[in-house]
Design a protein around this ligand. Structure first.
Ligand SMILES: [Zn+2]
Length: 373
């Protein structure tokens, strides 16, 4: 993830932040090794390590065997010194995840809660959080990242609209007033895309296609989320896939969402997506036909994204979670559509499944902490 320093103070802060980021990727490391990795001077690294130790984020864990001179001290990150919660609000469920400074998932749960803006629902969020956190975790909490299926304004203070939740122009304060920690609000697909970026920090450009009950996506450009002029970038669900095609919930026809939402598959299994794949596992013929058609549309969508953005595409969301097991034929379809070479390698499997948006929202809190350290 890229950050550009503006002045000396920022450079100092960036160096310290990078020192911690580097430490977080190691089990233990010596100061000279750290200096080499960061391309910083020994005194700078020593000063950073001292400051990070004072903050309780780094600890000394013995010394390396001497090769002649003085023994080099070994340092390790205190990964659980700070924690963040991700809260994923969907139409029928609430997902909660707890991550540490390395982005490791310490706990995840998903509860059935039918969304409403009524007080009893909002209060149930607070209760879920209280039950979720164990003793002592509250004091370490940086805050909560809240993922919502809708378009938020630039400040995250207003949810401009959410078809999925059927709410329009709502202040996010309505949620945060029940959550006794600092809150950051994010679009669900952007959050999931951010989680995937965290797993692939070297990725400069990446497209995330979220195949859940609605279809959305995120565009990572130059290591950052690209949000567009109106914060609507990556709304792949409403790209036209079939002119004059099926009716979409947005009011238009032929949108990608009408062909690739998880609901399309679930509708063939009493609204239960897991049941659909259970039938596919049992080689039910009708289910196989539906799945093949779905994959053909998905191949068009993924190929279009690859041709537009010239980068890997990660397919995630509820359906994405099943592609590892059932997505075999998709590679061949993608290879056939590839204009430049016969390969479907531009599709990458997702690192996260149902928990993706919750994790990404929590990581936004961690990222905020690392940037302002
Ligand atoms: Zn639409």
């Amino acid at each position: 993830m890229r950050t550009t320093p503006a002045n000396n103070m920022d450079v100092k802060r960036l160096n310290r932040s990078n020192t911690l980021r580097c430490l977080l990727t190691c089990d233990k490391i010596s100061q000279p090794e750290l200096a080499q990795k960061l391309k910083l001077s020994w005194p700078t690294v020593l000063q950073n390590v001292k400051e990070l130790t004072a903050l309780g984020l780094v600890q000394e864990v013995g010394a390396y065997e001497s090769t002649g001179g003085r023994k080099a001290k070994a340092y390790a990150p205190v990964r659980d010194a700070k924690l963040a919660v991700g809260l994923d609000i969907t139409q029928n469920h609430v997902g909660l995840v707890l991550v540490n400074l390395s982005g490791e998932i310490l706990r995840y749960t998903r509860k059935k809660r039918v969304f409403s803006l009524q007080e009893d629902y909002l209060m149930s969020l607070e209760n879920l959080l209280t039950d979720f956190l164990e003793e002592g975790e509250g004091e370490k909490l940086l805050g909560i990242g809240v993922s919502l299926p809708g378009i938020l304004d630039e400040t995250g203070e207003r949810l401009l609209y959410s078809h999925a939740l059927d709410i329009y122009d709502v202040e996010t304060k309505q949620f945060s007033q029940y959550l006794p920690y600092p809150c950051i609000f994010m679009n669900d697909a952007n959050a999931a895309g951010f989680a995937e970026l965290w797993k692939n920090p070297e990725a400069e450009n990446l497209i995330y296609l979220s195949l859940s009950n609605t279809v959305g996506g995120a565009i990572i450009n130059g290591g950052r989320l690209y949000t567009g002029n109106n914060l609507r970038a990556g709304e792949f669900g409403h790209v036209t896939l079939v002119p004059n095609g099926r009716k979409c919930y947005c009011g238009k026809v032929g949108c990608l969402d009408a062909y690739l939402s998880a609901k399309v598959l679930a509708s063939y299994a009493d609204g239960n997506l897991a049941q659909f794949f259970e039938r596919l596992r049992d080689q039910n013929q009708q289910t196989q036909g539906v799945w093949t058609e779905y994959l053909q549309y998905l191949a068009v969508a993924i190929n279009n994204l690859c041709m537009s953005f010239d980068c890997d595409v990660i397919a995630g969301g509820y359906v994405g979670a099943f592609l590892e097991e059932f997505g075999g034929p998709l590679r061949e379809m993608l290879a056939e559509r590839n204009t430049f070479e016969r390969s479907g390698g531009y599709l990458k499997e997702c690192s996260f499944k149902l928990e993706a948006s919750a994790v990404g929202a929590a990581l936004m809190q961690v990222e905020g902490f690392l940037q302002t350290l």
